[in-house]
Design a protein around this ligand. Structure first.
Ligand SMILES: [Zn+2]
Length: 430
């Protein structure tokens, strides 16, 4: 006798929909069958799409920037994600400057993350690292963190990672995440919000992306470029390094670069939208949409602040950069691309980041499930984030997530949140 049966829904199985029944037991998917099997509780899924729980590989909960801390902690951020169908996220360690600091940084984040309602992992993060990086690679892998984030800019705050270190990381089994902007083309002291985009121009992203692709080719490594903001960057990579895309060089973009553009920076409320890299021109936004087939995965870079914090200083350089988005991420993309987005929220991040029991409806996997009503609609509001504004408020989106299950148990059904405890996911190489 199975615990729960999800019957009559359209199951997303290896890239296609089949009308079948899915049964769960002890947190796992225990059977997928065309037959009706005995179970203690039945969930009627007729008319619904049954999808794997979503994975957001790029969030910043409780990010401490000194004067400001991002508005969502692990509890509110994970709850906001849960209402958007996110059952797993990957956050970041604070930048590590030498290998000895790794365990302390990990312990700090793990402590905060105990408040998470859904499952989680971390990417190791490097600052301006000097010395031998091999001990850090070993420590990260041993701790279950198979990915490491580097910055190619932010030299003013010593977060830029030297190229030889990036090269050493690419020669290791870790997946390297890159914040990709050419440091000498970025002006961190820029004051005007309305023209902020010019301080971090498209070409700073494109040129750095090409340089990193060259390094990936040379080393045979694996690199995941976070928050790709401009269609031109994707186009240049397709033209020069198309053979690497989706194989060794993986592109992430975020809902904001597809739904918003630099016109948001104009006017009194402009600072509410400040983030890095910036929102781009309507032309770049359209080009990014056209090139969506080259995008591997969607991360939100969820990092909202309070309205008053964003509006505290008139100088763009002093405004905390970041916006929210985890709660509506899937539907914002579903609105634009339909079913094509599903792999980018599930199997793709699960594969690349070694989340072995996540991201697919298969027997033996964690029973993380979303019941999506494709006929429904969702009016985006502020959602469950602690931030007091959302850049997507008022957008009417197609589709509605009727229920989300975490390891076989209800997480959200309708408007109701159920008790749950997230697990730290120790990741391992194949
Ligand atoms: Zn980020």
């Amino acid at each position: 006798m199975f615990e729960r049966g999800f019957v009559g829904g359209d199951l997303y199985l290896e890239g296609a929909f089949k009308t079948m029944n899915l049964y769960t037991d002890q947190g796992k998917i225990a059977a997928i069958s065309g037959e009706r099997l005995p179970c203690r509780e039945t969930v009627d899924c007729r008319g619904l799409k049954v999808l794997p729980g979503f994975i957001d590989p790029h969030v910043h909960f409780a990010l401490n920037l000194g004067e400001f801390t991002s508005a969502d902690d692990f509890e509110s951020g994970s709850i906001s994600g849960a209402f958007g169908g996110v059952t797993t996220f990957i956050d970041f360690l604070d930048p590590v400057l030498e290998a000895e600091a790794f365990h302390e940084k990990l312990a700090q984040r793990k402590l905060f993350a105990q408040a998470s309602r859904v499952d989680y992992s971390f990417h190791t993060t490097l600052g301006h690292f000097s010395g031998d990086v091999q001990p850090l690679i070993n420590a990260s892998l041993a701790a279950g963190l198979t990915s490491v984030k580097v910055f190619t800019t932010y030299s003013e705050s010593r977060r830029d990672c030297p190229k030889p270190v990036i090269e050493a990381l690419l020669r290791s089994p870790l997946t390297v995440l890159s914040h990709t902007e050419k440091d000498d083309l970025v002006d961190p002291d820029w004051l005007e919000t309305a023209t902020y985009e010019a301080s971090r121009p498209v070409k700073s992203e494109t040129l750095e992306a090409l340089a990193l692709a060259d390094l990936v080719e040379k080393t045979g490594g694996s690199l995941y470029m976070v928050h790709t903001s401009a269609g031109s960057t994707v186009k240049a990579l397709e033209e020069h390094y198309g053979h690497l895309l989706g194989r060794q060089f993986f592109l992430e973009t975020c809902p904001q670069y597809l739904h918003l553009n630099r016109d948001c920076f104009k006017g009194k409320e402009g600072p509410l939208y400040l983030l890095a890299p910036p929102l781009r021109s309507p032309g770049e936004q359209a080009l990014l949409k056209d090139r969506f087939s080259s995008i591997y995965s969607i991360g939100t870079d969820h990092c909202p602040f309070m309205r008053a914090e964003k509006l505290r200083y008139p100088e763009a350089s002093k405004v905390p950069k970041g916006i929210g988005g985890i709660e509506y991420s899937f539907l914002l993309l579903y609105e634009l691309f339909g079913d094509e987005v599903i792999d980018r929220f599930t199997s793709h991040p699960a594969t690349l980041f070694h989340l072995k029991h996540k991201g697919a409806l298969r027997v033996g996997m964690d029973a993380d499930l979303n019941l999506l009503d494709p006929q429904g609609t969702t009016l985006a509001g502020r959602g469950h984030s602690k931030s007091d504004y959302s850049p997507y408020e008022g957008k009417n989106l197609k589709g509605r997530i009727r229920a989300t299950y975490l390891r076989g148990e209800p997480l959200v059904i309708g408007d109701r949140l159920y008790p749950s405890q997230g697990n730290f996911l120790r990741r391992r190489l194949d």
